[in-house]
Design a protein around this ligand. Structure first.
Ligand code: AP5
Ligand code: MG
Length: 212
């Protein structure tokens, strides 16, 4: 399975990719997680990308493509979360798939209005131990303590950065829906439903596409 998850910040790309990866046995590749891991490592590359990340700007295409490529090459089945984000990155992905003679199965667009997204992002927490994404109200860590945390807020979940990320999404990433619809790969999902229902709808729609 090779599926792209598209959607604005807070639509649930990371949340759904984590759930689907377990369900279908595919690797979750999040370019945002790759960027944050590089920053945490303190490397020169990490220092270079930190400023873009914290301001909510896109990391330049040539840098992000180089960072993502080893992960794409390593896995046979993946769920891509946060990549591609513009037409240039989509074309790099097309070329990489051509090289290995593989196809995309589907592009899942998670749709939710901007005002719902800001509320989700301000309550988001991510476990430093497991990387799992939570929400203080909608999806809190379980009380039996199976995830020790700590549960931290992302540096880029400030109001200013969220606004900038949404602006870039509508300007550069959303047009990819047309790019993939023209190739009959696009599936749109109502991401305002609760988390398990969104997972169910994605699985059903991808299955239907497989059978078509
Ligand atoms: P990235 O980490 O990808 O951040 P993002 O695009 O801002 O998206 P988010 O992670 O904020 O949203 P999400 O859809 O994953 O939401 P989540 O599932 O967490 O990128 C970060 C930065 O890295 C970029 O700004 C850029 O600098 C750089 N970068 C990354 N990729 C790049 C690329 N390709 N090119 C250039 N630069 C790149 O859910 C959010 C919250 O909502 C959670 O709390 C969750 O519990 C909750 N929630 C989820 N679903 C539901 C639901 N159905 N109901 C209620 N709550 C829900
Ligand atoms: Mg995410």
């Amino acid at each position: 399975m090779r599926v792209i998850l598209l959607g604005p910040q807070g639509a649930g790309k990371g949340t759904q990719a984590q759930r689907l990866a377990d369900e279908v046995g595919a690797t979750h590749i999040s370019t945002g997680d790759i960027v944050r891991a590089e920053i945490k490592s303190g490397s020169e590359l990490g220092k270079k990308v930190q400023d873009y990340n914290d301001r909510g700007e896109l990391v330049p295409d040539e840098i992000i493509v180089e960072m993502a490529k080893p992960y794409l090459d390593d896995a046979d089945a993946w769920l891509l979360d946060g990549f591609p984000r513009n037409e240039s990155q989509a074309k790099s992905l097309d070329a990489a798939l051509d090289d290995i003679g593989e196809n995309l199965d589907a592009v899942v667009a998670l749709e939710a209005p901007d005002d719902a997204l800001v509320e989700r992002l301000s309550g988001r927490r991510q476990s430093q131990d497991t990387g799992k994404i939570y929400h203080v109200e909608y999806d809190p860590p379980s009380e039996d303590g199976d995830d020790p945390g700590p549960f931290i807020q992302r540096e880029d979940d400030t109001e200013e950065s969220i606004r900038r990320r949404l602006e870039i999404y509508h300007d550069q990433t959303e047009p990819l829906k047309d790019y993939y619809a023209a190739r009959d790969l696009l599936i749109t999902i109502d991401a305002e439903q609760d988390i398990p229902k969104v997972t169910e709808d994605i699985l059903e729609a991808v299955d239907r596409k497989d059978d078509a």
